[in-house]
Write a protein that binds this ligand. Structure first.
Ligand code: UDX
Length: 439
């Protein structure tokens, strides 16, 4: 059992703290927001994440998990302190490290014993060394810095923490790395031990590679539209080659969220600063920008949206099973629809509150039926189960004009056509798609 402090109770910090408590460590999580800490102390999570509330409550009850706004409580007498504060997009796309630096200073000024400081936040190459330097310059206690990037996906965070593909631990002082590796023994996940800088880059390289896969398949989808091929068949045929892999080949309206857009920009900016132009990543970002506008391009082709057209935006979260709307393609669609003077109604089962912060004056609903009633066009942005499970008749019976632009390929085009829906999706011809495969 180790005594652990965690700075920051966002997605990464909270999930890390809860899961380390779950395997038996004693964890104190710190945040500057009094409101957030009060909520967490009462066993409620400020973020929507399946399974998190139960695990949070259990570990509070069993007294392994504590929340505080007091730095002394979080940092003193700890074997390890995790830094899990945000690294938002700064000017020119580079990661803004002001929160990380602030925490490093506060750790240095608070600790009363030697400790290990582990950075979970996604940080540019060299940041862990900077953290170590900051601490060394302010205290005589030793604090070895270890990089331990986080790979969890929103909506699957608890599952990923216990069933991740790998744990990456980077440090320049071997005993500290070993100690952090021992912390994770109960998770039984392969550990990659390396130097600090490589660990920092593994995180950016992984996210950038996944983003590249998405932009690649979106470009293939665009070629499919020009040539009459079907992107789902192409992705399947490609993905069965184990060197390529089936995952992250789902064509759509482009990636969003708090990680891919920010981390790809940060990596291009980090490369430029180091004197290297990462040409391919610039293209990945450009393709994604264009893809966010794909549904509006299609709607424009059909002159589907005029002033006063009643348009339903179906899904506001950047992906299903999360209420996170950061960098969601819905934002661009709503801006375009507003610009055209459409009468917009926005649906999401859980993310409407988050989108209200971006568009306070929009009409929102958590009822799919209400969103579609009388609509003359619908734009599917998030592949929520609530949307995917509907039959074509659901749309024809509620909409005034059953015209659907689907950015997530939720339906079979043939079924929609047969059901009387004017259906437009990504990278698929209007014909029914039937693919067979012998095993
Ligand atoms: C991602 C990484 O997966 C995770 O390892 C990292 O720690 C944080 O960033 P997350 O942002 O939660 O996780 O979402 P993810 O499930 O990876 O999806 C990202 C975006 O890509 C979503 O907008 C999703 O809709 C899109 N996507 C994903 C596609 O368009 N096609 C795909 O095939 C996969």
């Amino acid at each position: 059992m180790m005594n652990i402090g965690v700075a920051g109770t966002g997605y990464v910090g909270l999930v890390t703290g809860v899961c380390l408590a779950e395997v038996g460590h004693r964890v104190t999580c710190l945040d500057v927001s009094e409101e957030k800490i009060q909520l967490l102390k009462s066993g409620q999570s400020p973020i929507y994440e399946p399974g998190l509330d139960d695990m949070l409550q259990k570990n509070i009850r069993e007294e392994r998990l504590h929340f505080t706004t007091d730095r002394t409580e979080a940092y003193q007498n700890k074997d390890m302190i995790f830094i899990a504060v945000g690294t938002p997009e700064g000017e020119n796309g580079q990661a803004d490290l002001s929160f990380v630096k602030k925490v490093a200073v506060e750790i240095a000024d608070t600790i009363t014993n030697d400790t290990i400081v582990i950075t979970k936040s996604t940080v540019p190459v060299g940041t862990n060394e900077m953290v170590e330097d900051i601490i060394r310059s302010r205290t005589n206690h030793t604090a070895h810095a270890v990089s331990n990037p986080e790979f969890l996906r929103e909506g699957n965070a608890i599952h990923d923490a216990f069933h991740g593909d790998r744990i990456v631990i980077g440090g320049n002082y071997e005993p500290a790395v070993e100690k952090v590796a021992a912390l994770y023994t109960p998770f039984d996940i392969p550990v990659v031990q390396t130097d600090t800088k490589s660990a920092e880059l593994i995180k950016y390289a992984s996210n950038a590679f996944l983003a590249t896969k998405i932009s690649f398949i979106n470009e293939i989808a665009n070629i499919c539209e020009f040539t009459g091929a079907n992107v789902e068949a192409v992705a399947k045929g490609m993905g069965l080659d184990k060197r390529i892999g089936t995952q992250f080949l789902k064509a759509g309206i482009g990636f969003g969220g708090s990680c891919f857009p920010k981390d790809t920009k940060a990596l291009t900016s980090m490369s430029a600063e180091a004197g290297y132009e990462f040409r391919m990543l610039n293209a990945v970002l450009e393709v994604n920008e264009l893809q966010h506008n794909k549904l509006m391009d299609k709607a424009n082709e059909y002159s589907a949206i005029q002033k006063g057209t009643k348009a339903a935006v179906l899904g506001l979260a950047f992906k299903p099973n999360t209420d996170d709307t950061r960098e969601s393609p819905a934002i661009r669609i709503i801006e375009e629809l507003k610009h055209k003077g459409a009468e917009i109604i926005a649906y999401d089962p859980i993310a409407t509150d988050k989108m209200k912060a971006v568009f306070p004056d929009l009409t929102y609903t958590d009822s799919l039926e209400e969103a579609l009633n009388g609509a003359e066009a619908a734009f599917i942005i998030t592949d929520w189960a609530q949307i995917k499970e509907q039959a074509p008749a659901f749309f024809t019976s509620h909409m005034k004009r059953p015209l659907i632009f689907d950015g997530r390929n939720c339906f079979d085009p043939g079924d929609m056509l047969d059901g009387g829906v004017h259906y437009h999706s990504i990278g698929r011809s209007g014909n029914s798609f039937r693919m067979t495969m012998s095993t």
